[in-house]
Design a protein around this ligand. Sequence first.
Ligand SMILES: [Zn+2]
Length: 64
Amino acid sequence: MNETKAQQVCPYCHGHADLISNEDMLIYIKLEEYAYLCAEDDEYISHREIHYCPCCGRKLGDDY
Ligand SMILES: [Zn+2]
């Protein structure tokens, strides 16, 4: 692994912060067996598998 400093401390792909959080919407990265980008509103939760952090570009899913 060759991670930049920004990738090592990125709060979004280490589960420390939500990507977007406001009254109507919550978007965050969920780390389980794979990495998922999750979007929640009052009614729905949607998610899809992702392979890279949208903020720092760190590769996700292998180890974290
Ligand atoms: Zn990141």
